[in-house]
Ligand binder design. Structure first.
Ligand code: ATP
Ligand code: MG
Length: 407
């Protein structure tokens, strides 16, 4: 797939004819930013996950630009540009709702985690800017360190990313023991990319995760919480949470859930069936451009644990859910709205197990009803239960007058 030329002392360059990235697959607004910077004489590269996904034939989630233009120079180049971030200034070039993040090449001296976690300490020195090479080296994994140059249409590889894309491997750039201590969130990112892309984690990188997993507790809660939810994206949560459990990081973050998995059979725990079904559901919805909500994800993640506790204690699902899911709020800072909706979903199982009757119809007007229906379908499918009753609830919902017709 890839033919490369190694220059005497420098990056591996993969020329246009030897890779599959076509401008047709790049967002037209990202192309506008790249062309404009290039026409002003600056280096303009597509960077990070966008290049990785294009080389893999996948549709990138976002397109980020790297350049040697300083933030002020980028601002001058675009009327629709805003500088954000106090320590490391990033340029956001806006096209309606869309933002093309445009960053000046950075030196290797500071991790992304540091920049985010010490964001209020004032602006960084100019010497934090770097070259394309230092910018590639400060990134997390080799497959995320590739650049696509709009001037030559070549892909530039300073870090061995081509080789690893071909081998389907997630490998830390630099010593993983150092890189993960520097920013522990990178360990979760390794797990996310491995499960999402179906890549192996390289041996030294995996060993470092096993050794350092508990450092995740040193990272800022909102970043960890965000990465936990990203583990669900692209319908790959089963694989991701298996890895999280096996390496011990799930125990660091969600000890109750991790203990439940261990006690209920480990690799054979019912947990995995629920997540596998959530993934199938998620992939089905994604085909219609719909994303499963975080509340459904939380409820499905905890469903077998809550159901087990409820059966053992003879308590109602709502009470058990409130208590167990409360852990997630405490340790991860999950937003309260997600927590409350997840509790409603767990509690809805009893109600949605009976056909809808007059007195219950108010529930179909509840804002959480569509999520409750989805969640109950996931649970019914895991248990091989018939969905006729749920179909009746869906019908009842369709027949309900909307707010418009009620007026
Ligand atoms: P996704 O498809 O999920 O957006 P991505 O690789 O684009 O994946 P982002 O979080 O958007 O991930 O980050 C963009 C790029 O910034 C990454 O590809 C990587 O090169 C770099 N990066 C992000 N987070 C870190 C980090 N914690 N440490 C080092 N580099 C990072
Ligand atoms: Mg991205």
């Amino acid at each position: 797939m890839f033919e490369f030329l190694r220059h005497k002392k420098g990056p591996v360059i993969c020329q246009r004819q030897d890779h599959c990235i076509s401008r047709k697959n790049i967002d037209p607004d990202a192309l506008k930013v790249l062309y404009r910077l290039n026409s002003l004489g600056y280096k303009a590269y597509l960077v990070g996950g966008g290049v990785r996904d294009l080389l893999l034939g996948r549709a990138p989630k976002d397109f980020d630009v790297g350049t040697d233009a300083k933030p002020n120079e980028v601002k001058r180049a675009f009327r629709n540009c805003f500088l954000v971030g106090r320590r490391f200034r990033l340029a956001h070039v806006r096209f309606g709702q869309k933002v093309i993040e445009t960053a000046t090449f950075r030196a290797n001296s500071q991790s992304v985690g540091d920049i985010i976690e010490h964001a209020d300490e004032g602006p960084m020195e100019d010497n934090t800017f770097g070259t394309p090479e230092t910018d590639a080296n400060r990134r997390d994994f080799t497959v995320n360190g590739l650049f696509y140059d709009i001037k030559t249409f070549a892909v530039i590889d300073y870090v061995g990313g081509f080789k690893d894309l071909k081998k389907k491997v997630i490998r830390s750039i630099g010593d993983p023991m150092i890189r993960f201590r520097e920013d522990p969130v990178r360990m979760m990112r390794a797990i996310k990319f491995s499960s999402r892309l179906d890549f192996d984690i390289e041996r030294k990188t995996a060993k470092a995760i096993c050794a350092l997993h508990s450092c995740i507790l040193n990272a800022a809660k909102p970043r960890v919480c965000e990465e936990v939810f990203r583990l669900f994206s692209y319908g790959s949560s089963e694989k991701a949470f298996r890895m999280m459990w096996k390496c011990g990081m799930l125990h660091d973050l969600l000890p109750g859930l991790s203990d439940y998995i261990t006690k209920s059979g480990g690799l054979k725990s019912p947990e995995w069936k629920y997540l596998a079904m959530l993934d199938r559901y998620d992939r089905g919805m994604a085909k219609h451009g719909i994303e499963v909500s975080n509340a459904i994800r939380v409820a499905a993640l905890y469903a077998p644990y809550i159901r087990g506790e409820r059966a053992a204690a003879g308590r109602n699902a709502g009470g058990v859910a409130r208590q167990i899911l409360g852990d997630m709020v405490k340790t991860l800072g999950v937003p309260k709205t997600t927590y409350f909706t997840a509790v409603v979903l767990c509690d809805s199982e009893r109600r949605l197990s009976q056909p809808p009757q007059r007195g219950h119809l108010r529930f179909v007007r509840n804002k959480d009803f569509p999520d409750a229906l989805d969640y109950n379908r996931i649970v019914a499918r895991v248990e091989g239960r018939d969905e006729t009753v749920l179909d009746k609830w869906a019908d009842a919902c369709e027949k309900q007058p909307t707010d418009e017709t009620r007026k």
